[in-house]
Design a protein around this ligand. Structure first.
Ligand code: GDP
Ligand code: IMO
Ligand code: MG
Length: 430
């Protein structure tokens, strides 16, 4: 199994971090290949809780080499903070991390651009980004002229590059926001001083991850690819424009990491036993009632990166069937089964009604999805605490029936069931 992958199948926060940390020791290398500090991946190690934004979730295992590859956008101040905080807690992340020289950097102007656009509505609603400068940075990457990459931090022309970009960005920001204050926050000399410090800190960690990973594969070593966000937030295949700016479904693995698809053999799709979403955009099974509040409370559904309350709703089998196919999923990991233990009735969306017609395929535009009415199938809740279950035999028959039905609807076998945040609260189906 040269390369295994963990991919979110919903709108992010499916508990990818827990799964990657758990699977990491069976691999030689763990790879973060897209997204940036918009991600918040939680790893629980006994009493310690780690919230990782850039760092791959294999970082706690000293025997595993971790990589940040070209498709990731790095906000250096946040990354350095993450490294320092882990160091203070006794982890040595600088010893098993390599950062691609090709990765693009989120610069101070990108944060201001994200801020300036925060309340702008598209299709009547704001995207509600994480304000981590993700969209503006990827925009400049594609545009090329104003991009700054990790390798630029250790090159002599850095001050000139920053000077040129700051001049253009000041004009752009003033026009974008209609206010000059934002633009005035950009000072080329100050940014250059900061960037040179970033270079001192991050320079020793830079390497050519593309060659290193290809060499590892040729040598028969095992890779674990860690997706960020979820497939429904994919820039090309998600609920556009309410998406992130990278390919967060399985289609982004090769482009972000440089690992050709011929090596990818196992793709584990991660989904919650219900649905959540943070930020704007259509969400057909969203609950606006006490049940939604109960799920939020029981699942502690508040953003890992921004602390925002997550919107909660029922499992949407139309959406997950679509993303399981799109992401090439070979097995399903169904998380947060413990959260549903306290509900008398559980609904699963098995189709949508659009303009009076039944639809079984996930619509391609946000407007249609906003108008789609979910068609539900009702399941009796198991009303039994499953957080101590350690094998499929420990689960009540109604919980097993729920898993079986979800697997049938999605079209993929359930390989992993999670019943709590701890590593041991995980069941691997035989
Ligand atoms: P990620 O972004 O996909 O890595 O997910 P997050 O870390 O943002 O959110 C998942 C949250 O659920 C974290 O707080 C995890 O500690 C927690 N978690 C993981 N698995 C389970 C589970 O099976 N049950 C419960 N109750 N919490 C879980
Ligand atoms: P992990 O990896 C959940 C959402 C934001 C917003 C949209 C665009 O922890 O699952 P962006 O800042 O990327 O431009 O925001 O995407 N979003 C996430 N939602 N989990 C994430 O990451 C997310 N990363 C971005 O809330 O709706
Ligand atoms: Mg998260």
């Amino acid at each position: 199994m040269p390369a295994a992958c963990v991919i979110g199948l919903q709108w992010g926060d499916e508990a990818k971090g827990k799964l990657v940390d758990l699977l990491a020791p069976q691999h030689d290398h763990v790879v973060r290949y897209q997204g940036g500090a918009n991600a918040g991946h939680t790893v629980v190690d006994g009493d310690e809780v780690y919230k990782l934004h850039h760092l791959p979730s294999g970082i706690l295992h000293s025997s595993v080499q971790n990589y940040i590859t070209p498709g990731v956008v790095i906000e250096p101040t946040t990354l350095i903070q993450e490294l320092d905080q882990l160091q203070q807690r006794g982890v040595r992340p600088r010893e098993n991390l390599i950062i691609s020289q090709r990765a693009h950097l989120v610069m101070p102007w990108h944060l201001l651009e994200d801020q300036a656009m925060r309340d702008e509505a598209v299709q009547g609603e704001s995207i509600g980004t994480t304000l981590r400068g993700i969209g503006p940075c990827y925009r400049d990457k594609v545009g090329r002229n104003f991009a700054v990459r990790a390798i630029d931090l250790v090159q002599d022309d850095l001050p000139q590059r920053i000077e040129t970009i700051v001049q253009a960005k000041r004009t752009y920001l003033a026009a974008l926001s209609g206010r000059s204050e934002l633009a005035e926050q950009l000072n080329a000399q100050e940014i250059t001083r900061t960037a040179l410090k970033w270079g001192e800190q991050l320079g020793p960690l830079l390497g050519d991850t593309t060659h290193l990973l290809l060499d590892a594969l040729d040598a028969g070593q095992q890779l674990l690819m860690e997706g960020a966000q979820g497939s429904l937030l994919d820039i090309d295949h998600g609920t556009f424009p309410f998406v992130t700016s990278s390919n967060s479904s399985g289609v982004g693995i090769s482009s972000g990491s440089g690992v050709p698809s011929k090596w990818i053999q196992r793709v584990l799709g991660v989904a919650k036993a219900y649905s959540t979403r943070v930020g704007g955009g259509p969400f057909p099974t969203e609950l606006h009632d006490d049940v939604g509040d109960k799920i939020r409370k029981l699942g502690n559904e508040f953003g890992t990166t921004t602390g925002r309350p997550r919107r909660c709703g029922w499992f949407d089998a139309v959406a997950v069937r679509y993303t399981a196919r799109l992401s090439g999923i070979s097995g399903l990991a169904l998380m947060m089964m413990d959260v549903l233990s306290h509900l008398e009735e559980i609904q699963v969306c098995v189709g949508y009604e659009v303009d009076g017609q039944r639809v079984d395929r996930f619509p391609c535009d946000a407007g249609t999805l906003r108008d789609a009415k979910p068609i539900y199938e009702t399941h009796q809740g198991w009303m039994h605490d499953v957080s101590n279950a350690r094998s499929m035999d420990d689960l009540p028959p109604l919980a097993l029936a729920y898993l079986k039905r979800v697997s049938e609807l999605v079209g993929v076998p359930v390989e992993v069931v999670s019943v709590g945040p701890d590593r041991e609260q995980t069941i691997f189906a035989a």
